[in-house]
Design a protein around this ligand. Structure first.
Ligand code: GUN
Ligand code: FE
Length: 452
């Protein structure tokens, strides 16, 4: 066996499939110096004993602690961090122009940007977000500074300079000077992030969404993704307004428009997707792209509940996103709980004046296992990352949750919570940052507990 840099000893939970919790009771997770899991062994097996004896560092969990995979947040607007928790009184099209674009424009000030990033990235790690997919602003220095902060804090990340040039879809004080300049700035940003030489932090091509971009810019960014091999992220079929605006302008749905611009590629992250039709789903599946489900933001902007079950059943890759600051909650684990809640509302329906049998959309329910699967394995699958579960060959991105918590009210009660499924459900619904006691990315301690 290769050299073992870290052995984590305790009971782990993960969800390799959407329908079953797998309990790894009293195991040793052995991690090599490159952050790769080299084995998961019973603690009392010969291999387990040898892994502990040979490890440079041994981390033993308390009986009340559980090891879980780190969370993969597929959709964060980094420059909206200062408005987290505010401004959700307007519909998307007004929220962008009245609150969000003015705030994002301030990231022309690189010093301000660095202050925000230094507050945001460690906070997200403290919430258990070990992989983050970021929309930055249109500014190259702020975007590079965000990538640098992720490297410093040890967060796995995709960082995208936002491209937007449409004369009607953007204000003249916050847009790329032209399509050509938008593509050129995005190319420079991809190169600059790659030149950091980090294995954890990658660039991602980021057209904001079709209404904010001219056809020329969208075509140019599709070509840039092809040329550089970088992943793509954008918004797709988020709200009635956005879905309708693309149909009006392009004569086809958002999905097909993006495909025509060369932006629907393997690993493309489509944020929201609330109004996707069956034909869109077939197209997304064939392209091996995926959808970021952002349930809290959807409650404000989407005009519908995302049909997560239907989309999973269509064979489309789905992960979870906070959509900070459209979603006013920084933690992805908490977002998983909201995904369960919103799926139940979709299942049962909302208008009590209708007969019960006509109110909802049957077969829509998510539970703690399926929601956590989306927040870990699902997101990793969209991005093509070897994270999200504890199996040899995967990168060790993980968190430790303390289940005996005063602050969140979580506790595994003797004689009541002897079943791991109950403890797991409590973890998904009740964990707060104070309960997340260790965070590792690629086998290294990350965030506030990080040394050096
Ligand atoms: N569509 C285009 N830009 C945005 C944004 O910043 N947030 C959300 N939720 N949708 C968008
Ligand atoms: Fe968004």
């Amino acid at each position: 066996m290769s050299e073992i840099a870290l052995a984590v000893v305790g009971t782990a939970y993960h969800t390799p499939t959407a329908d079953r919790l797998e309990v790894l009771r009293d195991v040793v997770v052995a991690v090599d110096g490159a952050g790769e899991i080299v084995g998961v062994r019973a603690v009392d097996s010969a291999e387990g004993v040898a892994a502990i004896a040979g490890a440079a560092l041994v981390h033993r969990l308390q009986p009340t602690q559980r090891l879980l995979p780190g969370l993969v947040d597929l959709h964060i607007h980094a420059p909206q961090w200062p408005q987290l928790g505010t401004g959700l009184d307007l519909p998307l099209e007004r929220w962008l122009f009245e609150y969000t674009f003015p705030l994002e424009a301030r990231f022309a000030d690189e010093g301000f940007a660095r202050d925000v990033w230094a507050h945001m990235v460690p906070t997200l790690l403290a919430h258990g977000t070990t992989t983050a997919v970021y929309f930055s602003s249109i500014h190259e220095p702020a975007t590079l500074a965000l990538a640098e902060q992720c490297v410093r804090s040890g967060q796995r990340a995709f960082v995208g300079r936002v491209a937007m040039d449409h004369p009607e879809g953007t204000p003249d004080w916050y847009r790329d000077a032209s399509a050509a300049e938008g593509v050129a700035a995005s190319r420079r940003s991809v190169d600059a992030i790659r030149s950091l030489g980090s294995e954890l932090v990658q660039p991602i091509v980021t057209p904001r969404f079709v209404p904010a971009c001219t056809d020329e810019l969208l075509h140019g960014l599709g070509a840039l993704a092809e040329e550089t091999g970088a992943l793509v992220q954008t918004h797709c079929s988020e709200s009635d307004w956005e879905h309708g605006a693309v149909l009006d302008r392009c004569g086809v749905t958002d999905t097909h428009a993006l495909a025509g611009f060369g932006l629907l590629r393997e690993g493309t992250v489509l944020a929201h997707g609330n109004h996707l039709g069956d034909d869109d789903l077939r197209t997304i599946r064939a392209a091996a792209a995926g959808v970021a489900h952002c349930p809290l933001s959807n409650a404000y902007f989407a005009n519908a509940v995302f049909p997560a079950r239907r989309i999973m059943q269509a064979g489309v890759k789905v992960g979870m996103g906070t959509d900070i600051a459209g979603g006013a909650e920084p933690g992805l684990l908490h977002q998983c709980a909201i995904a369960i809640d919103s799926s139940r509302i979709l299942h049962d329906g909302v208008d009590q004046r209708l007969p019960a049998g006509e109110r909802g959309v049957p077969d829509s329910r998510l539970d703690a296992v399926s929601a956590f699967h989306l927040g870990t394995v699902g997101g990793a699958g969209v991005l093509g990352l070897p994270v999200g579960r504890f199996t040899a060959g995967m990168q060790f991105d993980a968190i430790v949750v303390e289940t005996a918590s005063v602050s969140s009210g979580m506790r595994a009660w003797d004689g009541i919570d002897d079943d791991d499924d109950r403890i797991f459900e409590k973890i998904v619904r009740l964990t707060r940052p104070a309960d997340i006691q260790s965070v590792w990315v690629a086998g290294r301690v990350s965030g506030r507990g990080r040394r050096g």
